[in-house]
Design a protein around this ligand. Sequence first.
Ligand code: FES
Length: 517
Amino acid sequence: MNPSNSSHQELPQYPESLWLSTTNLPSFPRLAEDIETDVAIVGAGITGITTAYLLAKAGKDVVLIEAGQILNGTTGHTTAKVTAQHGLIYHELMSHFGEEKARLYYEANREAIEFIRDIIGGEEDKFGLKLEDAHIYAQQDNKYLSKLEDEIKAYEKLGIPGEWLDSLPLPIPTLGAIKMPGQYQFHPIQYLKHLLEQFQKLGGRIYESTTMDEKAETDGPITLLTKRGGHRVTCNHAVSASHFPFIDGKGLFFTRLHVERSYAIAVKPETAYPGGMFLSVDEPSRSLRSASYNGEELVIVGGENHPTGRSICTHQHYENLEVFAGNLLGASAIPFRWSTQDLITLDKVPYIGPITSHQDRIFVATGFRKWGMTTGTLAANIICDQILEKDNRYADVFSPSRFKADPSVKTFIVQNAMVAKDFVAGKVEMSHADISELKAGEGAVVRHNGQRAGAYKDDKGNLHLVDTTCTHLGCEVEWNEGERSWDCPCHGSRYRYTGEVIEGPAIEPLKQLDPES
Ligand code: FES
């Protein structure tokens, strides 16, 4: 295809996920009283909802609590590939953990795929479930070609179905690719809305707009406290299924996770899409899959990953995807654009299980590294078994306590702490914009009364000024132009331009400053 033939289409003015805008989700009340339950689950994304459903089905009394709105976090902004092909991973897992654990990682993800398949049953169309081959490919970097060669050898050793390809069924130049057949794509929110309805039918309770603040010390039942009004949730087991664990429990999760932002656009292609799911393993990162929308086929083009809060112009990332999509398939319309944040662990394997080896009634599931459809599902199955005191053969692979004796982790923690320190007030090199030069819809870091401050001029020309010190642990937030939010580079907290928290781990808003003072 000749790139010059591609038409230029406007990106939508505001970010909006294809999945959220094509599903009517119910809303739920804020928790306004003290309650008791067997299991309290904090975070209503794929992990929280699936865990809630499984435990309610097993006869437990379960309460699901969400700080914002259900499914509005990472799950609502995924590209929703249901696959065990998680980029380049199996060769690395074999080197770090050995053959047996690498195989268990694959099998756990494969079981998660079957779990989703079983829930959907024969209703594939309703949930947009489609059987697809997944592909990873190297674009231009020979270093990544040899990584792909190592990866296919790992597939062979582990018995993972895979096929080497010298070219892709798309006009993308490639040095080589690996196809994993028999994977799926689906509509994640339709699927989870269905699970949520099943959970409610089983007697499950759901609360939204309820931020859990801290755990009250107790030897008996666990007591969680809500931030507003200080209502108590008393339970026998608690599950942190929020993006960043809502309680740390001395698990040092802040030092053991890093945050990456990535972007997606949904385009109406001018040339036929051949089907399949694709992911580049080298830079720039690119991801492709199809989706249906109003009876037409869209192609979701994703990529442009970068550490949160460390990108100068986030809107540029959408534009890069737009150019890529236009050159590859032509784009007659771009109805949706959205972005998301993913947490990544030290060894790329999620943390799933008891929060520490001494605390076996509080569970955590985090660090899904963009593969939350399968890992969120397998996390729910592992935690459900652990609460029901059943053996789960995958539990050790994902245990958050697996690093206990590993000295390399100590080094990482020191390095990570130093990176964070650089972002603490006064340590960041920054250029300051002039408030008077801000146009409507623009935000920037400015100087206000000699201090670093965050300024945003809304569409009516009103100025909103905030203190840029993140209320979590004091790093400096940066302006995210594409999403019109203040993002923290340290652990990924995000705030509205007015200062309210969009995503934790921060709980408190950014301090508002008076533009007149
Ligand atoms: Fe941790 Fe900002 S300091 S999210």
